[in-house]
Write a protein that binds this ligand. Structure first.
Ligand code: PLP
Length: 333
C-alpha cells in the first residue's frame, strides 16, 4: 500500500464524487468487506438477483448471511417487484447488481429500502461510470463495489477491486478489514483479511482511469451500432437503447436474448464470431449444489435458455459489428 494506491483511491473517489474509495484485492472482497463492515448477524437475509456472478451470493454467504434470490426484468436487472416479494422479518440488505454496465431504477429500490428500513449495498462490479438519473452506480447505497478484473471496462493486469462509500464508519472498517485488522499504527484491532489492492495494479488503474471516459464512448457507439443493425429482427431482444435518457449505460457487456440461441451461437462460431453465455449459461439458482431457494424466478429462468453476449470491446471495429449483425440476420433468414 504505497503512493500509487492512495493516488488511485483519490482519483476514483473524485471521479465518482464520493468521500472514500478503498482499493481491495478484487470485486468479491469488495462485496464481502462491505457486508462485513455494516455488521450483519448470522441468519440475516440479503436480497440479490439470481442473474449475477456467483461471487455476489458467495460474499453474502461468507459474511454469515443468507442470499435470497430475486427475479430480473427484461432489462436483466433486479426487478423491484420481486425485491418486495422477497422481504421477510430477517431481511437486512438489498444488493442490486448493476449488471452489464447498466444501473437499475435506483429510485424505486431506494424507496423500498427506506420503507422497510433496509441497507443498500450495490454490486456495481460491472458498472464503473454507469449512471441512473445522473448519479453514478456504486454511489446510491451505504457502499458500492467495483471489480478491476482484466475483462472489466476498467481492468488491471490481474485481480483488483474497490469499495466506495460516503460513510466514515464503513470506510474505516473496510480499511481495517483489508489489511489484517491493522490500524494506521500497525496495531491489530480486529480480525481482518489479506485483501489489499496491490500498488502495482493501482498504478495501472490510475493511468487507465485517465482515459476511461473515452473508452466508454467507444463502447456506447458500438452498442448503438448493434442496436441500429439488429433492431428489426423479431427473433432477438436487444438490451435497452444506449440513448435512454434516465440511464447512462457503459455496456460492459452487450447481452441479448435470442430464439434458437444455441444454434445461433454455433452458426456465429462457424463464421468466426465468438460469443459468451454469462456465468457459463446458468444463473445462481441453477447451481443445485448451492441449495438456494429458487422460487418465483420465472423471468430469470426463461432467460437463461435465451441469453447471449455479442462481442463488445474497445478494439472492435464498426465494420466487425456490421459483419456480426449480417451473420445474425443470415441465420434467421
Ligand atoms: C456482477 C459481479 N459481481 C462480482 C464480481 C466479482 O469480482 P471479482 O472477479 O473481481 O472478484 C464480478 C466479476 O467478476 C461481477 O461481474
Amino acid at each position: 500500500m504505497q503512493k500509487d494506491l492512495f493516488e488511485f483511491e483519490t482519483k476514483l473517489a473524485e471521479y465518482l464524487g464520493v468521500k472514500h474509495a478503498i482499493g481491495v484485492a478484487d470485486g468479491t472482497m469488495a462485496l464481502l468487506l462491505s457486508l462485513r463492515s455494516i455488521g450483519l448477524n448470522q441468519g440475516d437475509e440479503v436480497i440479490v438477483p439470481s442473474h449475477t456472478f456467483v461471487a455476489s451470493a458467495a460474499a453474502i454467504h461468507h459474511a454469515g448471511a443468507i442470499p435470497v434470490l430475486a427475479d430480473c426484468g427484461t432489462d436483466h436487472l433486479i426487478d423491484p417487484v420481486s425485491i418486495e416479494n422477497k422481504i421477510t422479518k430477517r431481511t437486512k440488505v438489498i444488493m442490486p447488481v448493476q449488471l452489464n454496465g447498466r444501473t437499475a431504477k435506483m429510485d424505486e429500490i431506494e424507496k423500498i429500502a427506506h420503507d422497510n428500513n433496509l441497507v443498500i449495498i450495490e454490486d456495481s462490479c460491472q458498472a464503473l461510470g454507469s449512471k441512473y438519473k445522473g448519479k453514478y452506480a456504486g454511489t446510491f447505497g451505504k457502499a458500492g463495489t467495483f471489480s478491476f478484473f482484466p475483462a472489466k471496462t476498467l481492468g488491471c493486469f490481474g485481480d483488483g477491486g474497490a469499495v466506495v462509500t460516503d460513510s466514515d464508519d464503513v470506510a474505516n472498517n473496510v480499511r481495517l478489514l483489508r489489511d489484517h485488522g491493522r490500524d494506521e499504527n500497525g496495531e491489530v484491532v480486529t480480525w481482518g483479511y489479506n485483501a489489499r489492492l496491490d500498488n502495482l495494479q493501482a498504478a495501472i488503474l490510475k493511468f487507465k482511469l485517465s482515459f476511461y471516459d473515452e473508452e466508454i464512448s467507444i463502447r456506447r457507439e458500438l452498442a448503438q451500432r448493434y442496436d441500429k443493425n439488429l433492431r428489426d429482427i423479431a427473433q432477438i431482444t436487444l438490451p435497452p437503447v444506449p440513448d435512454d435518457s434516465d440511464h447512462f449505460d457503459i455496456f460492459q457487456n452487450y447481452e441479448i436474448e435470442a430464439e434458437q440461441r444455441d444454434d445461433l451461437r454455433e452458426y456465429l462460431r462457424k463464421n468466426g464470431v465468438g460469443t459468451i453465455m454469462q456465468w457459463g449459461g446458468k444463473t445462481i439458482h441453477q447451481f443445485e449444489k448451492l441449495d438456494l431457494v429458487s422460487e418465483s424466478l420465472e423471468y430469470t429462468h426463461k432467460m437463461t435458455s435465451r441469453f447471449l453476449m455479442l462481442p463488445l470491446h474497445t478494439a472492435l471495429r464498426h465494420s466487425e459489428v456490421d459483419y456480426i449483425c449480417s451473420k445474425i440476420r443470415e441465420f434467421y433468414r
